[in-house]
Design a protein around this ligand. Structure first.
Ligand SMILES: NC(=O)c1ccc[n+]([C@@H]2O[C@H](COP(=O)([O-])OP(=O)(O)OC[C@H]3O[C@@H](n4cnc5c(N)ncnc54)[C@H](OP(=O)(O)O)[C@@H]3O)[C@@H](O)[C@H]2O)c1
Length: 329
C-alpha cells in the first residue's frame, strides 16, 4: 500500500476526504495535526501530533511518504519548513489552495491564468483575514518551485456536510424557518461555489493522475446565484417564503455587507472557470439538486441549529420593515 500523509484531516474538507478514502482501502493513511480538532475522530487511523508552524514538523522525517495531501496551510513559512524536513520528496504534493489567491480585477469566469495576489514580508506572517489571499498566493508560488511533482487545487467557497462557516447553510435556514427572507439585489448576482464531495473526488483523483506540476480551479458551480440556491432549497423543503429584495444602495446605506448576507458579492466577477479541471479529470459532479438533497439531510440530522454567520432575525425584520415602508411612500 502507498503511504499517504494528510496534513489536517479532521475538520471539514479533511473529514470528508478521510471518510471517503477509508472504505477504498487503497492507502496507508497517516494524519498529522495538533490533536485539537475532533480528537476522537477516525480512531483507527494513524496519527502524528504536532504544530505545522513549529519544529514539530521534524516528526514528518521519521518516514517516507509516497503522497502528501496538505489541507491546512495558511502561512508560507510552513511550506519551507516541510520542504526542509522531509526525508525524501513524495511522488506528489497535493496542496489545497483557494481561489482567494487570485488578484481578481473585473471580468468573469476567471481562469488559472489570472495573476496571483502579491504578498509582502509583513503579510507572510500576518494573522488577520485581510491577508488570507496574499498568504495563500505566496504558498502557491512556493509550491510552484517545489522540486518534485505537485498539484495545486483552488476551490471556491466550499459547502456541504461539516461546513463550519455556515455561509451556504444560512440561506437554507432562512428558507426553512422564515415567512419573509431578505435577499440582496434580488438574489441575482452570481458567484462560484464548490461542493465538498466534488472537491473530495478531485483530491482522490489527484493521487492517480499522471505526471503533473499543474494548478486547477475546482469548481462545482462556476456561476450560481443566491436566488437559485434559495429556490432549490424551497422546492426540496416544500417552502416558499416571500423573497424580499434589498437593493444594493439600500443595503449599503444600512452598512449591510457579505458578512450579514453570506455569499453576497456586489458584482458577477467572482465566477471561476472549471474548463481546465474538466479537461484533465474524469470525476463527474452531481449538480445542485442532488447536492442540496444531501446537504438538507445533513442539517436535518443536526436539528437545524441557528447559523453562526449572517444577520440576526431582529435586524432582518427591521430592514424588511423599512423596505415595506419605502414601497408605501
Ligand atoms: N472552507 C472553504 O470554503 C475553503 C475554500 C477554499 C479553500 N479552503 C482551504 O481548505 C483548507 C482547510 O480546510 P478544512 O479546515 O476543511 O481542512 P481539514 O483538514 O478538515 O481541517 C483542518 C485541519 O488542520 C489541522 N490544523 C490546523 N492548524 C494546524 C497546525 N498549526 N498544525 C497542524 N495541524 C493543524 C486541524 O487539526 P488540529 O486543530 O487538531 O491541529 C484540522 O485537522 C485551507 O487550506 C483553506 O484555505 C477552504
Amino acid at each position: 500500500m502507498q503511504k499517504l500523509l494528510i496534513i489536517g484531516g479532521t475538520r471539514f474538507i479533511g473529514q470528508n476526504l478521510v471518510a471517503a478514502l477509508l472504505p477504498l482501502q487503497e492507502w496507508d493513511i497517516t494524519l498529522f495535526n495538533r490533536g485539537l480538532t475532533k480528537p476522537g475522530l477516525f480512531p483507527n487511523v494513524k496519527r502524528l501530533r504536532g504544530d505545522r508552524y513549529t519544529e514539530d514538523i521534524k516528526i514528518l522525517n521519521q518516514e517516507h511518504w509516497d503522497y502528501i495531501i496538505d489541507l491546512s496551510c495558511y502561512f508560507p513559512g510552513s511550506i519551507d519548513l516541510i520542504s526542509q524536513h522531509l526525508k525524501k520528496k513524495p511522488k506528489r504534493y497535493i496542496y489545497l489552495s483557494s481561489i482567494s489567491s487570485y488578484q481578481v480585477q473585473g471580468g468573469t469566469m476567471q481562469s488559472e491564468d489570472l495573476f496571483l495576489k502579491p504578498c509582502t514580508e509583513d503579510q507572510k506572517t500576518d494573522t488577520s483575514d485581510y491577508s488570507y489571499g496574499n498568504r495563500m498566493a505566496e504558498c502557491d508560488r512556493l509550491l510552484e518551485k517545489w522540486p518534485g511533482d505537485y498539484i495545486i487545487l483552488r476551490p471556491s467557497i466550499v459547502y456541504g456536510a461539516q461546513d463550519y462557516t455556515d455561509r451556504f447553510y444560512y440561506w437554507l435556514y432562512q428558507i426553512k424557518t422564515r415567512s419573509e427572507v431578505l435577499i440582496p439585489d434580488d438574489g441575482q448576482r452570481v458567484l462560484a461555489l464548490t461542493y465538498v464531495q466534488d472537491l473530495v473526488q478531485i483530491l482522490i483523483e489527484s493521487l492517480e493522475l499522471k505526471d503533473h506540476r499543474k494548478t486547477y480551479n475546482v469548481i462545482s458551480h462556476p456561476s450560481i446565484s443566491i436566488r437559485q440556491i434559495v429556490e432549490e432549497a424551497g422546492r426540496q423543503l416544500g417552502r416558499s417564503p416571500d423573497l424580499i429584495s434589498g437593493p444594493p444602495d439600500f443595503l449599503l446605506a444600512h452598512q449591510i455587507d457579505g458578512k450579514d448576507l453570506p455569499l453576497w458579492i456586489r458584482g458577477d466577477y467572482y465566477t471561476f472557470s472549471d474548463a481546465k479541471m474538466k479537461a484533465d479529470y474524469q470525476s463527474t459532479f452531481s449538480g445542485l439538486a442532488e447536492n442540496m438533497t444531501a446537504t438538507l439531510a445533513y442539517y436535518d440530522g443536526l436539528g437545524w441549529p441557528a447559523p453562526i454567520c449572517g444577520m440576526s432575525v431582529e435586524k432582518q425584520d427591521h430592514l424588511i420593515g423599512k423596505l415595506g415602508k419605502q414601497d408605501v411612500e
